[in-house]
Design a protein around this ligand. Structure first.
Ligand SMILES: [Fe+2]
Length: 246
């Protein structure tokens, strides 16, 4: 058996809408570890419109660094075989390239992979445009929780097109386990069946309703789509990403 790798979660305390305090952060790390997740990239939100100036961004990044050090200290003392990495989940904006180059926001653990989210109603044109712009600039976009965008829910050919253009397709583990009927469930089933999903992550925000777990979704995917594909989207592709391989 291999360990899981989670590349999208909000475990750092007091930063965004994730863990509220240090106690919740440590409980979330406990849950992740006992679920078999031994490598985690912590990805606090970065939404540029929330900042008034460069000073606020710098303060935000300092807070992230402090919370990250605290999390690393806990992990090192409690789970010596756990690895914590740092990145961001970046809300796409036109100056995203400049923000990345000037270190206002960050890729996944200093690789060329960038976890990017979009507003739910983004058009297919804007999705394609943003993806190709990032690729042209030398980044590898990981499109966060693809099951949230109407343009993709309505078009599997667009999902396929984005994947073929070089985007990494990410879905949330709790979307696999939670949705049993309806549009999102059908979308996820079809995406998994056609092997369009590249990575499954927790996108965890707390220790109760949105905990950092992958094992339940993993078992479901194994049962329906086979062990080989499951290993790829719960471990192998994530391993390639954190090692900056393509
Ligand atoms: Fe997220």
């Amino acid at each position: 058996m291999y360990d899981f790798i989670d590349l999208h979660c909000h475990i750092l305390s007091g930063i965004d809408d994730g863990a509220k305090d240090t106690e919740m952060m440590t409980r979330m790390l406990d849950i992740a570890y006992s679920d078999g997740i031994k490598t985690i990239c912590l990805t606090p939100h970065f939404k540029i419109y929330r900042f008034n100036d460069a000073e606020e961004i710098s303060k935000y990044n300092q807070d992230i660094q402090k919370a990250y050090e605290l999390a690393c200290c806990y992990a090192k003392n409690t789970y010596p075989d756990m690895t914590l990495l740092l990145g961001n989940e970046i809300m796409y904006h036109n100056d995203m390239f400049d923000s990345l180059v000037s270190s206002k926001c960050h890729t996944i653990s200093t690789t060329s992979y960038v976890l990017v989210e979009f507003p739910p109603h983004i058009s297919s044109f804007d999705l394609k445009n943003a993806t190709s712009k990032l690729l042209r600039k030398g980044f590898h976009p990981i499109i966060a929780h693809v099951e949230r965008y109407n343009a993709l829910l309505n078009s599997h050919s667009l999902l396929k097109e984005l994947k073929e253009s070089g985007a990494i397709i990410q879905i949330n583990s709790n979307s696999i386990t939670r949705f049993k009927f309806g549009k999102v469930a059908r979308f996820i089933r079809k995406a998994l069946k056609n092997k369009l999903v590249d990575i499954v992550c927790t996108d965890s925000h707390n220790d109760t309703s949105f905990p950092p777990t992958l094992s339940k979704a993993y078992r479901k995917v194994c049962k329906r789509y086979g062990n080989d594909y499951s290993k790829k989207i719960f471990h192998d592709n994530q391993f390639m990403i954190i090692n900056n391989k393509h």
